[in-house]
Design a protein around this ligand. Structure first.
Ligand code: UDP
Length: 236
């Protein structure tokens, strides 16, 4: 039976599942950066991101953070719970990099005493503008209670992942999360957690092992994704 394609994004396709409360996500090798201006392919990325995201989601689930993950179906495909995505990108940072460094004129690598959180409106035509909690509420993207839940989960994700990546010899610099509402209204972690959505630096050498290699044309992009996957599987 041919699955019905519901949505095609920059890095994933979403198909209908037999159960209307579930969806099938299929990960592509396509990569984009700078709001779609830079396009390319990272060979094997879809497989790595699918498997890595699922392993990390399972780990977070065990740590008490609810996620959309149901079952890995194949190398590139995963069954997830159907959610209504909160159109807010949630970014947690431990170390300055990327847009934070640029915005505040602070060196990449500047370590914070406590993690930060920020929100941006998930809207490509507006360029994902930065917003605060009051803006999220004003635009009715999420309620005050939902924002509190999202912040609690986001910081809990950071603590769990920071500890895990440290064991792998990797520094978790920052990452982006997306959350969704289940049919019953409960908030769960959705989307993916991968080198596309996290900054991961080798703890010894500081080498970038994430999508910044693609964004900044640093070369050895495929190798970096493979290295991260190797460290992850060795420490699971
Ligand atoms: N990020 C993401 N999708 C986005 C924007 C950011 O996954 O649309 C991730 C990015 O990979 C990094 C973190 O969120 O790990 C913080 O990104 P930043 O705000 O510094 O933006 P960037 O420099 O990537 O434009």
């Amino acid at each position: 039976m041919k699955k019905e394609l519901l949505y095609e994004g920059k890095a994933k396709k979403v198909f209908a599942a037999e159960d209307p409360e579930l969806l099938i996500v299929s990960y592509k090798d396509d990569a984009t950066a700078f709001n779609g201006q830079k396009k390319g392919t990272i060979r094997g990325k879809g497989i790595i991101n699918n498997q890595m995201s699922n392993m990390l989601m399972k780990m977070l689930q065990q740590a008490g953070i609810p996620t959309h993950f149901v079952e890995e179906l194949s190398e590139r495909e995963t069954l997830v719970k159907r959610v209504d995505i909160v159109p807010v990108e949630v970014i947690v940072r431990n170390i300055a990099a990327g847009s934070f460094s640029k915005r505040y004129g602070v060196d990449e690598g500047f370590r914070f005493d406590t993690p930060t959180i920020e929100f941006s409106y998930k809207n490509d035509s507006l360029g994902d503008p930065l917003m605060d909690e009051y803006h999220v509420q004003a635009l009715k993207l999420a309620t005050k209670e939902e924002i509190e839940t999202i912040k609690k989960y986001a910081f809990a994700v950071n603590e769990r992942l920071k500890t895990f990546w440290q064991q792998c010899g990797i520094t978790l610099v920052d990452f982006k999360l997306e959350f969704g509402r289940l049919a019953d209204g409960n908030i769960v972690l959705a989307d993916e957690i991968s080198p596309d959505t996290c900054r991961l630096w080798d703890s010894c050498t500081g080498k970038k092992l994430d999508k910044d290699r693609f964004r900044q044309d640093l070369g050895n992009v495929e190798e970096a994704y493979q290295e991260i996957m190797k460290r992850l599987t060795e420490h699971m």
